[in-house]
Design a binder for this molecule. Structure first.
Ligand SMILES: Cc1cc2nc3c(=O)[nH]c(=O)nc-3n(C[C@H](O)[C@H](O)[C@H](O)COP(=O)(O)OP(=O)(O)OC[C@H]3O[C@@H](n4cnc5c(N)ncnc54)[C@H](O)[C@@H]3O)c2cc1C
Length: 462
């Protein structure tokens, strides 16, 4: 299938004219390089970018099955946030409280690094650091927001990192319906993900990296990458496949592909924006278990996404899974719940993609000098910024550059593999149903479902 021409997402459809008109040439045959990177998403391209910056003489090639930005990196919610999928407690248990806080600071700083590189490289990725607003749309959610604030304060988050907003302060930012209050952090930017990742691919090429598109990798071995178009021999091989990792037969249980679904409205008229506000393009969600995420796009649409699609047996990925009607319809209902004035607004795009989740939700960056194997991933739904931190860290590890990044607590760790089927299928989908059930129960009873919450934590390992 000619994937370049298939409508993949609103983001791909709104790339500058001609951007996807043709693919970059594929690998022409067997090739020698110094570093071969498998996967042309943010992980692969940030790694290539910082490697080329550290040492322009290194021969770096990126091998991408479809085209740069085809995967999650081109189709996500566009939140360049500083969220860590693992909890601070989880990180501190394995390292220390100081290390957990250091990791968090590094993530916070990486948002600005993304914006700085985009500006320096002339990437018009619609980067807007308007922060992140999480609203409570029920008393139970409000209670939970207050608990989260207390938790963050105990982890040294000051008023500069996170502030509680009352109803009118929250609605002064975004006039959503039924808002009891909100939490606001300045540590988040909204981006146009496809513009950002495609711009990054062009930037790495300018630095001398070769990006081969339409080149499917079939196996990774020490010092060699096998593709359908020939072999690449390289001292270092970087696996940067995230949600697609299990599609290589070697890695069936390292990361599971979880679908996240999105939709975008038509551009809203000014009169609606006057009513809604949302002037700083803050990223927005509420406090429900079944995660949703929204942004106001630079061209005045609302792009809204959420989890809810089932996990598929054997970690299977298929374009037909990107359009489950029920989930997209539920997203539309959520949009109208938050903004009743939008009941007649047209939804112009619906899409989905896979993110990669490790068994314990702990992302990692690894490099083994003996085998030359490197990898980074497991960001779950938080990879837009973390891929930048991972790319810089991998570049430092590979070039043996002494830096603070190479001792962050995600470096060198490996999550245990997922259970084989059928346990994986049953466990993951049971976790999803439980999340949905908790939201419904809390809505009905008006009370927090703490026991069910704990059960979900045990089930998901999160
Ligand atoms: C719908 C959705 C919304 C999301 N929203 C957010 C968000 O708002 N904020 C956030 O921080 N994170 C979000 N995420 C997660 C984030 O997008 C990812 O964590 C991040 O983009 C991962 O980047 P990556 O380069 O590791 O993986 P990918 O971007 O998935 O790149 C992997 C690449 O490998 C290629 N590939 C696959 N198989 C092969 C093969 N055999 N050979 C060669 N190449 C291959 C793929 O085509 C793909 O281009 C979202 C994800 C999705 C799907």
């Amino acid at each position: 299938m000619d994937t370049a021409r298939r409508s993949i997402s609103y983001w791909h459809d709104s790339l500058p004219t001609g951007d996807l008109a043709s693919l970059r040439p594929p690998l022409p045959g067997n090739l020698d390089a110094d570093i071969a990177i498998v996967g042309g998403g943010f992980t692969g391209l940030w790694t290539a970018y910082y490697l080329a910056k550290r040492d322009p003489s290194i021969r770096v090639v990126v091998l991408e099955k479809e085209f740069a930005g085809f995967g999650a990196s081109g189709r996500n919610g566009g939140w360049a946030s500083a969220f860590l999928p693992a909890s601070w407690e989880q990180i501190a248990r394995e390292s220390s409280r100081d290390q957990a806080l250091r990791f968090q600071r590094a993530a916070n700083e990486s948002i600005d690094e993304v914006g700085t590189v985009a500006a320096k490289e002339g990437i018009d990725g619609h980067f807007a650091k308007g922060g992140y607003l999480r609203v409570a749309t029920s008393p139970v959610q409000w209670e939970r927001l207050n608990e989260e604030l207390a938790h963050a304060r105990a982890w040294e988050h000051t008023e500069d990192d996170l502030m509680l907003l009352d109803r009118s302060e929250a609605r002064a930012r975004v006039t959503a319906d039924r808002v009891f209050g909100g939490l606001y952090t300045p540590h988040c930017a909204a981006i146009h993900p496809a513009r950002m990742v495609r711009g990054l691919a062009t930037a790495v090429e300018r630095l001398g990296v070769t990006v081969f598109e339409g080149t499917e990798v079939t196996a990774i071995e020490p010092g060699i990458v096998r593709t359908v178009r020939g072999d690449v021999r390289a001292e270092v091989v970087v696996r940067a496949l995230e949600g697609y990792t299990a599609s290589l037969p070697q890695y069936p249980r390292a990361l599971v592909p979880i679908y996240s679904l999105m939709m975008a409205t038509e551009p809203l008229p000014d009169v609606l924006w006057d009513e809604i506000g949302w002037r700083d393009r803050e990223t927005l969600n509420d406090e429900r278990r079944f995660i949703i995420y929204a942004q106001r796009t630079a061209d005045g649409r609302i792009a809204l996404g959420g989890r809810g699609a089932p996990y598929h047996w054997g970690s299977r990925i298929d374009p037909s899974y990107e359009h489950p009607r029920g989930v997209h319809d539920a997203l539309r209902r959520t949009l109208v719940e938050l903004f009743p004035a939008l009941h007649d607004v047209a939804v112009t795009h619906r899409w989905g993609g896979v993110l990669g989740v490790p068994r314990d939700w702990f992302p990692s960056v690894r490099f083994d000098r003996d085998t030359g194997f490197a990898t980074a991933g497991g960001y779950a739904g938080d990879g837009v910024t973390l891929t930048n931190l991972a790319g810089r860290t991998l570049a430092d590890l590979i070039t043996d550059t002494d830096s603070d990044l190479t001792t962050l607590p995600w470096v060198g760790r490996e999550s245990r593999p997922f259970e084989p089927e059928p346990f994986r299928f049953v466990g993951i989908n049971a976790g999803f149903h439980l999340a949905e059930w908790i939201d419904r129960r809390e809505q009905q009873t008006g009370r927090p479902a703490r026991l069910l919450d704990r059960a979900m934590g045990l089930l998901t390992g999160h």
